[in-house]
Ligand binder design. Structure first.
Ligand SMILES: Nc1ncnc2c1ncn2[C@@H]1O[C@H](COP(=O)(O)OP(=O)(O)O)[C@@H](O)[C@H]1O
Ligand SMILES: [Mg+2]
Length: 168
């Protein structure tokens, strides 16, 4: 069992808290604190589908299964680091007034275009595309890429897009 009480908290969403993995600095552990405890389970269904399809993980955090923690069941995911070794930050950080000067409009546009092409190519349907569900990984002082860390899924009543390139 992993003890997260002293682990570094990376961020909190509406239902999960994300901690730096205490034994692996390239991974993080997510635990659910809301009543919507099925969120990770739902997400894993999509991940299993992606694994079966053999998609590229270039712009989607990888999932490494479950671990037990002192805060209940945790799900392990890959954690991106910038070229400097620092933990990559959510896109939201770069869009705040004090973060704007860190990322040029051209750099962001390139990253958004590349990310969009990636989603189309790998047929990844996103339920909730928000700046706090995307990490901006700085690959050099001039370029970086976006990585989706949350929000995969499909809220269609009949999720045809999961099966058809055309509908995706
Ligand atoms: N792979 C990751 N790398 C870095 N930070 C992350 C990662 N996954 C989550 N986080 C941070 O934790 C926050 C909450 O995680 P998230 O999965 O979005 O939870 P929720 O499902 O509650 O929205 C994110 O907004 C982000 O700040
Ligand atoms: Mg989120």
């Amino acid at each position: 069992m992993i003890d997260l009480s002293r682990a570094h908290l990376l961020g909190k969403g509406s239902s999960r808290a994300c901690y730096l993995h205490p034994y692996d600095d390239r991974k993080c552990v997510k635990v659910t604190f809301s009543s919507r405890s099925d969120i990770t389970c739902e997400e894993m269904k999509h991940y299993r589908r992606f694994m079966k399809r053999g998609i590229s993980w270039d712009m989607l955090a990888r999932a490494y299964g479950y671990v037990s923690t002192n805060y209940g069941e945790g799900a392990v995911f890959s954690l991106a680091r910038d070229f400097t070794g620092e933990i990559s930050r959510p896109l939201e950080y770069y869009l705040r007034p004090d973060g704007l000067h860190l990322l040029s409009a051209d750099e962001l546009l390139d990253a958004l275009n590349t990310f969009r092409m990636y989603l189309f190519r790998e047929r990844i349907v996103v339920r909730e595309l928000k700046a706090d569900n995307l990490i901006y990984q700085r690959l050099s002082s001039l370029e970086g890429k976006l990585i989706l860390i949350d929000g995969v899924g499909n809220n269609e009543f009949l999720p045809v897009a999961n099966y058809s390139v055309r509908f995706a």
